[in-house]
Design a protein around this ligand. Structure first.
Ligand code: ATP
Ligand code: MG
Length: 764
């Protein structure tokens, strides 16, 4: 049992408790995910068949990492585990069972764009005001209904829901939901929420299917349980009903998806559902320094709604948490990037030891710019997926149509791309005919003379014949050859090839990359079924992280805090700690929403292992205008004894003069020493306006008389003062005396290279 040695007594007890319901609700970094990993390894070592174990993780990446670790203990047997996100696991299950629900087994998965496109078409047909019935709003409302397992029929019959819709003037919502559901069904398509909704329907209405999977999944484990929604909760409950070997782990303090229907109630329900539940407590944090853990505790203590937990760390005390103030978002980026560069050089770290976390995707821009300027390699996680690029979606739409010709969104996308003279009117007519005659759009496309008139019928017919020929090809050729054939004969490859613009070239290369990906797939040895249809199955569920060719590449990681859940990095920068940004403007209306933002902050700070830096800007471009920002209330909530303030930044010369004035800078009243509402307050205007020069080195008032000094003792890592550039740290020395060049990182102006024999420098 050597593999159990890496666990403390509580963790080990949780791992060894393999029978019956188990719940671990514990703080960040206390080893919850580790317990799941070891538990699975232990089950397999104890003779449980890996085929009988189901593990639900929050991301596919988490599942992959877990599988790698388990493989180390149990070897290839780990391949047989069912492991992944709720969406990917139940999509896989539905591929086998969809026919029982009247869907084709090669159903399409509509991504969010597809869903919204269907909604927009419906709104247009129903002549509804697209401001009142904004597609995002409608999408979210339908999504929320599905995640609470409310069908369109129930939606229309529920008096409370109807009253809500009527009171906001959106009485047509029920009808839209109905049409949307029918459109998806007719197209043989499920949207993301359907993957869970339909799984529930399947397990509820088909006893034999339920029984089959209850017996298959004898052991169930769910990570990040606090972020499951009702639909997910019920799937797990149904599957676990016979054996009740269910283990959930989570942290209520990290529940950050309430806006997507995640429900803390699921934790409370769990206790009710399983009266003989065994609860394990994990209190020791192994991830972070003591200071980081204490700061995290002091943040979350401000939330009223939370389960009591005592999280401590026995790691080293660690540095204080640095709070940096910048005068603009660009300067914030610069400070963050310079800090990373400096730490990497002076502490000998790797780029992938660093992460920059932000509240909103838009904040990545200023970070990216600053990183690029310093040639720091970075990677953005959770951004636009490779599979969401237009040209990739176009080619995939051809594949989709080949395997599921009823797929209306795919049809709309490519029936006239590349151009075939089939106009929008014809496309509308195809859909209308399908509606009127109760057939699929594919029926219309393959019998054009029956449903459409003269000229358009011919070109639509030709398109239909082409797709039919693709179907034959896809059945008979290996995945790569079939994909290549379709790319060529659809005219898509030629169309992109002829576009010689930079973007056109880029698009062409992306298509090549997709084709290469399919080739790699068809050469894999670990899977048996390698047809193009198999490659296509989960494409809609892939994120750009899954497409990562080189997941261990040395890059700084950039991501939203939401995407950082469960991850850890040696050093973390949390940026944009400003009112109306973090906490976000939308969260300021209710305590519940504000508490969710605070939990998000808690998630952010608990990602850091050894060093945490928090920053804010006093001005920021938002929607094209420069606005002034106040520091976040969250900064005030941190016990100041753990903070170290870095307010060395000077207003940039190029910024709006208004913000260039010291009087408008928000500063922390460092003398107060106590927490209080005013401690990050606006200073009183000075009687004389303070004229500040830009970040100029001239601003430095030297502390001594400088002559070219004796710097023979100078070593990397030493702190120095320069007559004009101020204080800094030596990050590199090269060459030999008397021509030694020093690279010094100055606090005020960043990096400079100086020839020592001329530098007016002293060691401090
Ligand atoms: P989060 O709430 O952020 O998801 P978690 O509770 O899942 O955190 P893990 O990610 O499992 O925590 O563990 C945090 C870190 O501590 C990991 O690097 C893990 O390997 C390490 N760790 C956990 N338990 C131990 C232990 N008993 N001995 C040594 N390291 C441990
Ligand atoms: Mg975890």
């Amino acid at each position: 049992m050597d593999y159990l040695e890496g666990l403390n007594p509580q963790q080990r007890a949780a791992v060894l408790q393999t029978k019956g319901p188990v719940m671990i609700i514990a703080g960040a970094g206390s080893g919850k995910t580790r317990v799941i990993t070891y538990r699975v390894a232990h089950l397999i070592r104890s003779g449980v068949d890996a085929f009988n174990i189901l593990i639900l993780t929050f991301t596919n990446k988490a599942a992959r990492e877990m599988r790698e670790r388990i493989t180390k203990v149990v070897g290839d047997e780990a391949k047989n585990l069912w492991m992944g996100t709720f969406h990917s696991v139940f999509a896989k299950l539905l591929r086998v069972e969809a026919d029982k629900l009247g869907y084709p087994n090669n159903f399409t998965i509509y991504d969010t764009d597809d869903s919204k496109s269907v909604i927009r078409a419906i709104l247009k047909e129903m002549n509804l005001d697209d401001k009142l019935y904004n597609a995002n709003f409608v999408y979210n409302r339908i999504s929320s209904a599905k995640n609470n397992l409310i069908s369109w029929q129930e939606y229309q019959q529920n008096e409370q829901i109807q009253a809500d819709d009527f009171s906001t003037g959106r009485g047509q919502m029920g009808k839209i939901y109905e049409t949307y559901a029918q459109r998806c069904y007719r197209a043989g398509a499920m949207d993301f929420d359907d993957l869970l909704f339909k799984t529930n329907e399947l397990l509820k209405n088909h006893a034999e299917v339920l029984y089959k999977y209850q017996n298959k999944f004898k052991y169930l484990m769910v990570d990040e349980y606090q972020d499951t929604n009702f639909s997910q909760y019920l799937i797990v409950k149904r599957l676990a009903a016979i054996n009740e070997n269910i283990c959930v782990v989570g942290d209520d303090a990290q529940s950050i998806y309430a806006f997507r229907g995640a429900n803390i109630q699921n934790i409370l329900n769990f206790e009710k559902d399983y009266p003989d539940l065994k609860v394990f407590k994990l209190e020791q944090n192994y991830r972070s320094t003591q200071n980081i853990v204490k700061v995290a505790n002091s943040i979350i203590a401000n939330n009223k709604e939370q389960l009591k937990k005592n999280v401590f760390s026995e790691n080293e005390t660690g540095d204080k948490i640095k709070v940096m103030r910048a005068f603009s978002d660009n300067e914030e980026g610069k400070m963050v990037a310079e800090g990373i560069l400096q730490d990497r050089t002076t502490k000998g770290m790797k780029w992938n030891d660093f992460a920059i976390l932000y509240r909103t995707n838009a904040q990545s821009r200023s970070m990216e710019e600053a990183l690029r300027k310093l040639n720091i390699p970075y990677k953005i996680y959770g951004g636009l997926s490779f599979y969401q690029r237009k040209e990739i979606k176009d080619l995939i739409a051809y594949f989709r149509l080949t395997f599921n010709p009823a797929d209306e969104e795919a049809l709309k996308r490519v029936i006239n791309y590349p151009k075939r003279g089939i106009g929008d009117t014809t496309i509308d007519k195809i859909i209308l005919s399908a509606d009127q005659h109760g057939v699929t759009t594919w029926d219309v496309v393959t019998n054009p003379s029956k449903y459409l008139d003269g000229r358009s019928a011919t070109s639509v017919g030709t398109f239909g014949t082409m797709i039919q020929s693709f179907q034959v090809i896809a059945k008979n050729l290996p995945a790569y050859d079939a994909a290549m054939h379709i790319a060529q004969h659809s005219g898509l490859l030629k169309d992109l090839y002829e576009d010689k613009s930079v973007e056109g070239l880029n698009r062409y290369e992306n298509i090549q990359e997709l084709l290469n990906g399919i080739k790699e797939f068809s050469e894999r040895e670990d899977i048996e079924e390698k047809g193009l249809d198999v490659f296509m199955q989960d494409v809609a569920l892939l994120t750009n992280d899954d497409n990562d060719k080189n997941p261990n590449a040395e890059t700084v990681s950039l991501m939203t805090i939401h995407a950082s859940k469960g991850l850890e990095f040696k050093q973390v920068n949390v940026v944009g700690l400003e009112e109306n940004l973090f906490p976000s403007q939308m969260s300021l209306n209710s305590r519940t929403d504000l508490e969710e933002e605070r939990r998000l902050f808690y998630v952010a700070v608990t990602r850091a292992e050894s060093k945490l830096t928090i920053s804010y800007a006093t001005s920021r471009f938002k929607f094209g205008t420069l606005i002034s920002c106040e520091p976040s209330r969250f900064l005030d909530e941190i016990d100041p004894q753990y903070l170290e303030l870095d307010f060395t930044a000077r207003p940039a010369a190029s910024a709006n003069p208004f913000f260039n004035d010291e009087r408008t800078a928000w500063t922390r009243n460092t003398n107060s020493g106590t927490k209080g509402p005013d401690s990050f307050s606006k200073p009183k205007p000075a009687s004389q306006p303070v004229k500040t020069t830009s970040i100029l080195a001239k601003a430095h008032v030297p502390s001594a008389n400088f002559a070219p000094s004796d710097t023979s003792k100078l070593q990397t890592g030493m702190e120095v003062e320069h007559e004009r550039f101020g204080y800094g740290k030596v990050i590199n020395l090269e060459g030999s005396a008397p021509d030694i060049k020093a690279t010094i990182f100055f606090k005020e102006i960043g990096q400079k290279q100086l020839l020592l024999k001329f530098a007016k420098l002293r060691i401090v």
